[in-house]
Write a protein that binds this ligand. Structure first.
Ligand code: HEM
Length: 385
């Protein structure tokens, strides 16, 4: 079966193999992800970033590490869920950042190869009664729960009147899709549940992993962190003022760090093999090294960044991903420093985390690192300035 059908969500735009039908489904999603529309989501993203900063503060001077990778999964999932449904699960507020969301997406991805070649096994597993699934294959029960949560959210939107659902201060994707002018069969609840499953999953681990990879490398190579923090201090002299994405995306070193993070956190190799392009040594010499400078030395490298792939199947959520990454990275690294570059709110110190915790060892549609990783972890230390 085609790669895109291996998630078992053929009613979503992502899972649609037929070109013409994909165009219809994709055209319905596109307006929600244009740059102008995403700019209107900035207050939501900023609010969640403020929550990240307060959670970092909770960990200050504890001997327990903060698992950045779990925190970022909670962040991106809160944002995309809110945008889809007009509410979110406040995963950032949860003690362990509701690490279950990350486990769910990894569980679903881990079935990808099997499902592609022997779909009958995956289909049969998902037909098991929930209680059997919970006992026999708990990881798949997580995937079922994720789908049920999407179903509950779509049914709730369908059941409420427009005045009730439009309480959110921003547009919500599935309210508008249900009220919009898609043909009736395209607005069916089962189809929209699958679309919601894909959009909320696609908008979670991808963005989160990119942030984790960037911060790992910045802390691992303090001279890079120093450069970035100098640029951020100049651009945002007063930390109480929220710098808009419009300002942040013009910062050259921040942008170079983000491009390099995207390059080394890959993307879903659906229509082309991201990993081979990003490690082509003639394009990216010392390709395994995190070197933001390569983007400043050669701005034309952009052409070879394929994390989001290209063409009609290109990631729908690029602008949302960039907005989240710019706003989160700039705000966190403006306030928190690291070795040799103290921050006003405190400092991060890598905790039992090394290159092996961010190095891709297997491609399961999303990059998997070594199986026994505990995530990208830091200790949060009080500021010494
Ligand atoms: C760093 C962050 C991200 C990366 C690297 C990424 C990467 C990708 C890739 C490689 C694809 C498949 C393209 C193909 O089929 O060739 C994809 C599809 C998709 N992504 Fe993203 N993504 C990211 C963030 C997001 C976000 C924040 C959303 C928003 C909700 C999102 C929504 C989608 C959707 C809906 C599709 C299916 C598009 C289609 O098939 O027409 N992604 N993404």
């Amino acid at each position: 079966m085609p790669h895109i059908e291996a998630m078992g969500l053929q009613e979503s735009a992502f899972g649609t193999a037929d070109h013409d039908l994909h165009r219809i489904r994709r055209a319905a999603l596109n307006p929600f992800f244009s740059k102008n529309t995403v700019r209107k989501l900035e207050p939501l993203i900023q609010e969640r970033v403020t929550k990240i900063l307060s959670r970092c503060n909770d960990f200050k001077d504890l001997d327990r590490p903060l698992i950045l990778s779990d925190m970022f999964s909670a962040f991106s999932n809160d944002v995309v869920t809110e945008y889809c449904f007009g509410f979110h699960y406040h995963r950032l507020e949860k003690q362990d950042f509701d690490a279950v969301v990350k486990q769910t997406i990894h569980a679903q991805a881990s079935m990808n190869h099997l499902n592609r070649h022997l779909p009958i096994i995956f289909q049969s597993i998902m037909l098991l009664p929930s209680w059997v699934l919970r006992m026999a294959i708990p990881s798949m029960a997580l995937v079922e729960n994720f789908g049920s949560d999407c179903a509950k959210a779509i049914n709730a939107i369908k059941a409420s009147s427009s005045s009730e659902v439009s309480k959110a201060s921003h547009a919500t994707i599935f309210t508008e899709l249900l009220e919009g002018d898609l043909p009736a069969n395209e607005k069916s609840v089962p189809r929209l549940i699958q679309e919601a499953h894909i959009v909320t999953a696609a908008g979670t681990e991808t963005t989160a992993w990119c942030l984790s990879v960037i911060i790992f490398h910045l802390l691992d190579k303090p001279y890079l962190l120093q450069k970035l923090r100098r640029e951020l201090e100049e651009a945002i002299p007063d930390i109480s003022v929220e710098a808009p994405w419009l300002t942040l995306e013009k910062l050259p070193y921040l942008s170079a760090c983000i491009q390099e993070g995207l390059r080394l956190s890959y993307g879903t190799p659906t229509s082309m093999d991201t990993h081979s392009v990003h490690h082509n040594e003639s394009i990216y010499p010392s390709s395994y090294e995190f070197k933001p400078e390569r983007w400043l030395d050669n701005p034309r490298l952009d052409k070879y960044l394929v994390s989001f792939t290209k063409g009609t199947r290109q990631c729908a959520g690029i602008n949302l991903a960039y907005a989240e990454i710019y706003i989160a990275l700039a705000n966190i690294m403006r306030r928190y420093g690291g070795p040799g570059s103290p921050g006003p709110d405190g400092n991060f110190e890598l905790y039992e985390t090394d290159e092996g915790d961010v190095k891709m060892v297997a491609d399961y549609f999303i990059p998997f690192v070594k199986a026994d990783t505990k995530g990208v972890r830091v200790l949060v230390k009080k500021s010494v300035v």
